[in-house]
Design a protein around this ligand. Structure first.
Ligand code: DAH
Length: 339
C-alpha cells in the first residue's frame, strides 16, 4: 500500500503546483484531503492490513497527509496574497477628495443685504437696535403721530391681537423705543420683520422686511437727510441709480418725502414689481415731527431729527432682479442656491 500512497502524494503535489486558481486548488483538496477523498479511502483500507503493515502504512499515510496539507496551505496563501495585491492595485481611496452631494449653506439674500447696510451705518456711528414684532398700539401708531382715524389702522392692514397688541406694521416704532433708550443726540437703525394684512401677489407679502433709520441732533436739516440717503444708495448699489424725490405724507415726518428709484427689474419700462410705473418706492423719509420727538422724550425746541424707512425686501428684489416677492420666503432651494 505504501507505494500507492507515495504515488498519490507525488501526483497530488504536482496537481497542487499546477492549480491555476483557488477553485482548482479546492477541487484537489476535496478529492484528496477531503473527508471522502483518496487519503480517507486509504485510511479505511488500513483495518485490513496486518498489525505490522498497519504501522508502516499508517506512518506513510500520515506523512503524505502532512506534506500535502502543507503544500495546500502554501498554495492557498499564495493565491490569497495575489488576490490582495490585485485589490491593492485596483482599489484606492483618496481621503482628500471633498465629499460630493452636500451643498454648502449660504446666507439668505435678505440677511446679506442687511449685514451690508448694518456695517455701512455702523461705520457712520449709528447704533443697531432691535424692537419687538408684537407691538402696542401706542408704539406702532399713537407715538408716531398716527391719529386713531388714520387708514393705516384699518382692520384690512393691521393684524390685531388680543389686549390692544398687534403685529407691527412697520419698523418705525423702534424710533420711539430708540429715543427713549438712547436719549439725544442719537443715530440708530433698526432692521426687522413687519406684517400687513394684505393680499399676496408678486409685489405684496403679508410678511416683509424694513430697515428704519433715525438721527436726532441739534440743527438736523434736509441736507443731512439727503447726504445719508445718497451715501446709503451708493453703498448698496455700487453703480448709478436713477432716483427721484417727491413730497410724501407720513404723519411722523414734516416735511416728508418719497425717494423712488427707477425700477431695475424692467429698467423703467414697467413690470409687475413696479406696478408698471417704472419707479419703485424705496426710501420714504423726512424730518421728524415734533410730536414724535416729544413721544420719545426729546424736546423738539432743542433737537431735530430725520428718519427713513427702507424697504429691505424691495431692495433685495431690485438688487438681484427678483420679479416675484414670494420667492424670498418660499424656502425653495432652487432659488436660494443662487446666492
Ligand atoms: N413706516 C413707513 C411705512 O412703513 C415708512 C417710513 C416713512 C418710515 C417715512 C420713516 C419715514 O421713517 O420717515 O410705510
Amino acid at each position: 500500500m505504501i507505494p500507492e500512497i507515495e504515488a498519490l502524494a507525488s501526483k497530488t503535489i504536482e496537481r497542487i503546483a499546477a492549480a491555476e486558481n483557488p477553485e482548482a486548488l479546492e477541487t484537489v483538496r476535496v478529492e484528496v484531503l477531503g473527508r471522502k477523498g483518496s487519503l480517507a479511502d486509504f485510511g479505511k483500507l488500513m483495518g485490513k492490513l496486518s498489525a505490522e503493515d498497519r504501522v508502516s502504512a499508517g506512518k506513510a499515510l500520515n506523512s503524505a497527509k502532512t506534506s500535502l496539507e502543507a503544500a495546500y496551505e502554501i498554495k492557498k496563501t499564495a493565491f490569497e496574497s495575489a488576490a490582495l495585491n490585485e485589490r491593492l492595485q485596483n482599489e484606492w481611496l483618496d481621503l482628500t477628495i471633498p465629499p460630493t452631494g452636500i451643498l454648502p449653506g449660504s446666507l439668505h439674500p435678505l440677511t446679506q443685504i442687511q449685514n451690508e447696510i448694518e456695517s455701512l451705518f455702523f461705520s457712520l456711528g449709528f447704533a443697531i437696535l432691535d424692537g419687538p414684532e408684537v407691538e402696542t398700539e401706542f408704539y406702532n401708531f399713537d407715538a408716531l403721530n398716527i391719529p386713531p382715524d388714520h387708514p393705516a389702522r384699518d382692520m384690512q392692514d393691521t393684524f390685531w391681537l388680543e389686549g390692544g397688541h398687534l403685529l407691527r406694521t412697520h419698523t418705525s416704532p423702534v424710533q420711539i423705543r430708540g429715543m427713549q433708550r438712547l436719549g439725544p443726540p442719537l443715530r440708530m437703525i433698526a432692521p426687522g420683520r413687519v406684517f400687513r394684512n394684505e393680499e399676496v401677489d408678486p409685489s405684496h407679502e403679508h410678511t416683509f422686511y424694513q430697515l428704519e433709520g433715525m438721527m436726532v441732533d441739534r440743527d438736523v436739516s434736509v441736507a443731512n437727510l439727503l447726504y445719508f440717503m445718497k451715501t446709503l444708495l451708493s453703498g448698496i448699489f455700487k453703480r448709478d441709480v436713477t432716483v427721484r424725490l417727491r413730497p410724501g405724507f407720513f404723519p411722523f415726518v414734516e416735511p416728508g418725502f418719497e425717494l423712488d428709484i427707477q425700477c431695475m427689474v424692467c429698467g423703467g419700462s414697467g413690470c409687475p414689481v413696479c406696478k408698471h410705473s417704472g419707479w419703485v418706492e424705496l426710501l420714504p423719509c423726512g424730518l421728524t415731527h415734533p410730536n414724535v420727538l416729544r413721544a420719545g422724550g426729546i424736546d423738539p425746541d432743542q433737537y431735530g431729527g430725520f428718519a427713513f424707512g427702507l424697504g429691505l425686501t424691495r431692495l433685495v428684489m431690485m438688487r438681484y432682479l427678483i420679479d416675484d416677492i414670494r420667492w424670498l420666503q418660499s424656502g425653495d432651494l432652487r432659488f436660494l442656491k443662487q446666492f
